[in-house]
Design a protein around this ligand. Structure first.
Ligand code: HGA
Length: 610
């Protein structure tokens, strides 16, 4: 959620820090700050409420000098979003700290530290951690030792970097529950919460593991494991292109990412599916063999990824011949569940750092699951490293906070997983071939779905005065209705609900009137006739419809019913195809309403706190 960037170099680092924060800003963005130590061992701290651009302006004016620095973009958990609560936090005018995560026992620590004479300026849990380190620094020989002591007293989660003006040649980083990566340069080194922040300065990274802490100088990186033993961590060369971070010709990242979907899905399929079916071994060594013992699939995810899981349940039950349960990670992790023998755990996360999903994985690892696989977009992330198997969605960096291409590539990956499960469970050849051809035909269908762009942008005008909207679907389109509603809420701030169309008359139909637009996803599938009846029930009560329908579904437009013809598509991939027009609808409503499309209020891209 929050972003961390740190650097130790001979040159001035303020611009590197700002550049890194800008790359991370999509994750959290209520305030930002940096601290650098200059040649005279003076600690210069600059903070601003609001976006990184306001901090960048301040840095351009102040031009802070110094080769050792830390920076942060915040998404507040403790204390409102203002300049005082922004990081870095300072203790004794000596050490400065940036922190991602939550210190759960901050209240009791604060009491003890107050008793020792430490004064608190902010409302944050982070400042408590900062003073705690300073309290140990009084008796310890080095910042590293002080951090080591303080670490033992805190509970909760942190990714943190600390600098000490009395020892400006060293920075200390520690990770527990919140990711950190060290970037290796020539005579200079860096730390960040995501390698994306450092691609301008290096492509060589060390991903800290859970519990690791590190001492970093310009020429040396020393990593220690959770018990304090020195460890060697692998150096990974990252090949990512920086161009993925540019908006190109598009007004917003979100629009760019919507239009990238045919290409992203080609990348998801590339080298993995041919007309003969799935390429052997694409899920990892021994996966196909392991699937033979799977009787049940438990999917765990949050938000949009959870919706992808809900769609996959329909596929896995129909074609994988296994029972399947899907649950929100924050509920799963605290439920007293029983493990069905032969269960495969499937987690889904764009970032691979979603705190609740990661906790669910760790819990399942103690509970007799046969195996685990993550469907993920970020290689090297915690979920990828800690799962038995990882399947990368290959969507490319997704910058818009509201997920688009990550969702559809997750769905594509889950359909490939369904095919693998089906194969292992003896799915008939003709059914396997049906899935294969549906997958291969998908990018072309998506290109056609995107031609609805201008039609949908015209329709979006109808929504700007509305306060509420209902999205309806049946079967595997029910989760698409949920996702359509979530997208509209996230970026246009219009209250929206997704419902299974058959459920409407059990309550929500009471809401129907001419001011409540009803958006229906109606591909030509086995439930179309049932959906027709549900629509008539709403029509009889004065509802106004926007029906996204297959060209052959025989819906006719009139004054209360707007039919949007979507390219005719097979029932199997229809959930993916129908997602795109709904994304476009939310996007254009938000643009007309003038909201911050790529960075909607209160949201963060990667939810690394519980
Ligand atoms: N608890 C700290 C950091 C918050 C965070 O990591 N958000 O993602 C604070 O509120 O400042």
């Amino acid at each position: 959620m929050c972003g961390i960037v740190a650097a130790i170099a001979q040159r001035d680092v303020a611009d590197i820090l700002i550049y890194g924060l800008q790359r991370l800003e999509y994750r959290g963005y209520d305030s930002a700050g940096l601290a650098v130590i200059d040649q005279n061992a003076h600690l210069n701290t600059l903070k601003r409420q609001g976006k990184v651009a306001t901090l960048a302006d301040l840095v351009a004016t102040e031009q802070p000098r110094g080769g050792t620095g830390i920076a942060h973009t915040r998404w507040a958990t403790h204390g409102e979003a203002n300049e005082t609560n922004a990081h870095p936090h300072i203790s004794q005018d000596r050490i400065a700290m940036v922190h991602n995560g939550i210190i759960e026992n901050y209240k009791s620590l604060k009491e003890t530290l107050s008793g020792q004479g430490f004064a608190f300026k902010s409302q944050t849990d982070t400042e408590v951690f900062t003073h705690l380190i300073a309290s140990h620094l009084q008796n310890q020989s080095s910042l590293l030792e002080a951090v080591k002591q303080a670490k033992q007293q805190v509970t909760g989660a942190y990714g943190t970097v600390i600098i000490d003006k009395e020892n400006p040649d060293t920075i200390v980083a520690a990770r527990s529950g919140s990711p950190l990566v060290i970037g290796l340069g020539l005579g200079e080194n860096f730390v960040a919460s995501d390698q994306l922040a450092l691609l301008a300065v290096t492509r060589r990274f060390i991903f800290l593991e859970e519990g690791d802490f590190a001492e970093i100088t310009r020429h040396k990186v020393s990593v220690f494991d959770v018990d304090g033993n020195p460890v060697e961590r692998e150096v990974v060369e990252v090949n990512a292109s920086q161009d993925t971070n540019s908006k190109g010709q598009y007004r917003h990242y979100m629009l760019k990412e919507i239009f990238e979907q045919p290409t992203s899905i080609r990348n998801t399929l590339e080298g993995r599916v041919t007309t003969d079916g799935l390429v052997d071994g694409i899920f990892g060594q021994g996966f196909e063999q392991m699937l033979k013992g799977v009787n049940h699939v438990q999917i765990v995810a949050c938000g949009t990824s959870y919706h992808a899981g809900l769609v996959a349940r329909y596929w896995l039950e129909q074609y994988g011949h296994v029972s399947c349960n899907v649950e929100i990670a924050s509920e799963f992790r605290y439920r007293h569940f029983h493990t069905v023998p032969g269960s495969l755990l499937v987690t889904i996360s764009q970032s691979g750092e979603t705190a609740d999903t990661l906790a669910a994985l760790r819990l399942a690892q103690q509970r007799d699951y046969l195996s685990s696989i993550v469907i993920c977009n970020v290689d090297g992330s915690s979920l990828v490293r800690e799962s038995d198997y990882a399947f990368m969605t290959n969507a490319g960096a997704e910058i818009g906070v509201a997920s688009t291409k990550a969702f559809t590539t997750q769905l594509t990956s889950l359909l490939m997983l369904t095919l693998a499960v089906g194969k292992a469970k003896g799915l008939a050849e003709d059914k396997q071939s049906l899935i294969t051809h549906a997958l291969l035909g998908l990018p072309a269908k998506l290109e056609q779905a995107l031609t609805l762009d201008s039609h949908i942008s015209d329709l979006a005008e109808d929504f700007i005065e509305k306060d509420h909207a209902l999205f309806l679907g049946r079967g595997d389109q029910f989760p698409i209705a949920l996702e359509g509603a979530l997208k509209l809420k996230e970026i246009s701030y219009i209250h929206a609900e997704g419902y299974a169309a058959g459920e409407l008359k059990h309550g929500p139909i009471a809401l129907i009137d001419a001011d409540m637009p009803v958006i229906v996803v109606a591909p030509n599938n086995e439930l179309l006739e049932k959906l027709h009846s549900n629509i008539e029930e709403v029509r009889a009560r004065g509802g106004v419809f926007y029906i996204f329908a297959d060209q052959d579904a025989h819906f006719e437009s009139d004054e209360t019913c707007h039919v949007i013809d979507v390219v005719s598509t097979d029932a199997l991939t229809a959930p993916i195809v129908y997602t795109l027009p709904l994304q476009l609808l939310s996007y254009y409503v938000a643009v007309i309403k003038g909201t911050d499309v790529d960075q909607p209020r209160n949201l963060a891209k990667s939810v690394t706190v519980e």
